[in-house]
Structure formats: structure tokens, C-alpha cells
Design a protein around this ligand. Structure first.
Ligand SMILES: CC(C)(COP(=O)(O)OP(=O)(O)OC[C@H]1O[C@@H](n2cnc3c(N)ncnc32)[C@H](O)[C@@H]1OP(=O)(O)O)[C@@H](O)C(=O)NCCC(=O)NCCS
Length: 213
């Protein structure tokens, strides 16, 4: 049975909230506790991703539950119009370490390479102790760009009360500066920020046991 990777829609909101709340119960992963996963937080991410970013979800093959989500979007100032930021990825704890995170993340990068010539840089931040995530990001092409010392409060953590946040970035080899695009022909192409495919469905070859949520 195949997991479906597709662009998120507004009706995914309650399922994304549930997925984030479940994943937030594990410590050391996303930077929010379960109580901080509010409808407002998830809705804000979705709206920003619809406006000028990307949000993909992995849907369970036999019900509406979501197994994974990834999103990123442009910061507001025009100076950062070539950047996708605020990237967050979560995979449901029952489905981690089965290749799903890698698959959905590489789909995201492939969509950027193939449909977003306006994007040069994708950036994210991972806490230093999240070795699993940092190694994972390096494997798919992100580079460590430095350290934000003592940025994360982690009481009782292995690094004392604070630990570093690690900024990382990936660059789009197909980035095309706007001034280098070909002269427009009629009808004019859609503006870059409208080039996305909300109904695209990517089927994976991943199969999962049927007794999972
Ligand atoms: C980090 C996360 C997104 C990875 O997704 P995943 O589906 O579990 O990872 P995958 O199975 O696709 O594995 C990707 C890589 O991560 C590494 N990895 C995955 N599980 C691991 C584990 N339990 N221990 C060590 N490394 C692991 C492997 O290096 C793997 O690379 P490989 O293909 O060469 O084996 C997922 O574990 C998660 O949601 N964690 C909680 C939330 C979180 O930390 N989000 C990131 C915040 S910055």
C-alpha cells in the first residue's frame, strides 16, 4: 500500500495539528511543546506556505491521518525574495526511521529545483543535540553555516541549560535571476510565486503495516 505525498490543502489543518501534537511529545525534536502546537501556529504556517512557499504532506493510504509534513516559506521583506525559510519537518513517531522523512524532503527539494527558479536558498535551524536531524540534512545536501551559541533553552539537557542552534542551508542549482529570464511571450507566464502544483500527487514505493494509526 502506497503512502501519498501531495501538496497540503486547507482541509489538512486539523490533521497537521494532530501530527505536530503527537510528534511534539518526543523531546529533542521540534522546538515546540505539545501545548505550543496551537491551531493559530499551524494555520499561520499553512497560510504562509500557500502564499509563497511549499507545504507537502504524506497521507496514510487508508485513512485521512497524516504521517509526515514539511513546509517552508519566504520571509516577508523583499530582500529575501530568493529564500525559503522557517523550514520544519515532522514524521509521526510510529513511522520514523523508515525513509519517509528522506522521501518527503527530497520531493520538496526536487519541486524547488524543477518549478521554483526564483528560489536560490533554502534554510533551516536544528538544535545541536538533534544529531539525527543534522546528519539527515547533511546527507540530502544541506551545509552547516555556523552556530548560534546558547540559543536553545534545554533545562536538564546534556549541554547544560542552553545549547547551540545550528543554521544550515541548501542551494538551488536551477536558480535563475529574474533579470536573466527570457523576454516574455504572449500569454505572459505566471509570476514565479504562482508556479506550484496544488493537485500533484507523488506515490511512493514505501509500504507500511496496516495496523498503524
Ligand atoms: C528528523 C526526522 C524528520 C527524520 O525523518 P525519518 O523519516 O525518521 O528519517 P528517515 O528514515 O527518512 O532517515 C533519514 C536519515 O536520517 C537518519 N536517521 C533516521 N532515523 C535515525 C535514527 N533513529 N538514528 C540515527 N539516524 C537516523 C539516517 O541517517 C537516515 O539516512 P539513511 O537514509 O542514510 O539511513 C524525524 O525523525 C522526525 O520527525 N523527528 C522529530 C521531529 C524533528 O526532529 N524534526 C526536525 C526538527 S529540526
Amino acid at each position: 500500500m502506497s503512502i501519498i505525498i501531495r501538496h497540503a490543502t486547507p482541509t489538512d489543518l486539523p490533521h497537521i495539528i494532530k501530527l505536530y501534537q503527537t510528534t511534539a511529545q518526543l523531546t529533542g525534536g521540534i522546538a515546540r511543546t505539545k501545548n505550543e502546537i496551537t491551531e493559530q501556529y499551524v494555520s499561520h504556517n499553512l497560510q504562509r506556505s500557500f502564499k509563497n512557499g511549499i507545504c507537502l504532506v504524506a497521507q496514510h493510504p487508508t485513512n485521512n491521518n497524516l504521517i509526515a509534513e514539511i513546509h517552508c516559506y519566504k520571509p516577508e521583506p523583499k530582500l529575501f525574495d530568493h529564500v525559503l525559510s522557517e523550514l520544519t519537518i515532522v514524521v509521526h513517531p510510529s513511522f520514523q526511521a523508515q525513509g519517509i522523512g528522506k522521501f518527503i524532503f527530497t520531493q520538496l527539494l526536487s519541486i524547488i529545483e524543477n518549478t521554483r527558479p526564483d528560489i536560490l536558498r533554502v534554510e533551516l535551524i536544528a538544535r545541536e543535540s538533534n544529531h539525527k536531524a543534522i546528519k539527515f540534512y547533511q546527507k540530502i545536501g544541506f551545509n552547516i553555516e555556523g552556530r548560534f551559541e546558547k540559543r536553545v533553552h534545554s533545562p536538564n539537557g546534556i549541554y547544560g541549560n542552553f545549547e547551540a542552534d545550528i543554521p544550515m542551508a541548501w542551494f538551488n542549482k536551477n536558480y535563475t535571476p529574474k533579470h536573466l529570464t527570457l523576454p516574455q511571450i504572449h500569454p505572459p507566464p505566471l509570476p514565479y510565486h504562482n508556479i506550484y502544483y496544488p493537485n500533484a500527487v507523488y506515490k511512493t514505493s514505501l509500504s507500511i503495516p496496516q495496523n498503524k494509526p
